[in-house]
Ligand binder design. Structure first.
Ligand code: HEC
Length: 116
């Protein structure tokens, strides 16, 4: 009985954690970053492609993206061509822990995959 309970808690925690990043992403980023369409900003699929090429390791990807979004900076941008096209992303005062969840979700998600 105790084992089952622990298993259930672990399972619930996992589901909660993965959906949490997704929720935060949809709540905070999609107004500008559409999944695959370029509108007022590069699509998140395009951002991810640039980031994964520069930072193939999850921790590096998450750390760099979190720091960058906390304080967008043209000098440390890895997508300078996007700044020329759209101007620098504004500083939006996001919470650091929330950004880490979002970056982890972006790292793990294939945005080009058609929805089931
Ligand atoms: C108000 C619109 C807006 C919102 C909201 C927004 N972005 Fe952006 N973002 C932009 C624009 C425009 C660019 C392209 C110019 C640039 O790179 O600065 C960009 C670029 C980026 C980049 C590329 C950085 C680089 O190296 O140049 C990342 C990563 C990013 N956004 C992540 C996020 C995340 C994560 C969120 C949600 C937490 C978010 N953005 C919300 C407008 C936005």
């Amino acid at each position: 009985m105790k084992k089952l309970l622990i298993l259930l808690i672990l399972l619930f925690n996992n589901i909660y954690a993965s959906n949490y990043g997704e929720l935060l992403f949809y709540g905070n980023c999609v107004t500008c970053h559409f999944k695959t369409k370029k509108v007022s900003a590069p699509s998140i699929a395009e951002v991810k492609e640039n980031y994964i090429n520069a930072f193939p390791i999850e921790e590096d990807f998450v750390n760099y993206m979190t720091q960058w979004v906390l304080k967008p900076n043209a000098e440390t941008s890895i997508m300078k061509y996007s700044i020329d096209e759209f101007e620098l992303m504004p500083e939006l005062g996001y919470d650091k822990l929330a950004l880490e969840e979002i970056a982890r979700y972006i790292f793990k998600t294939n945005f080009n995959k058609p929805p089931k």
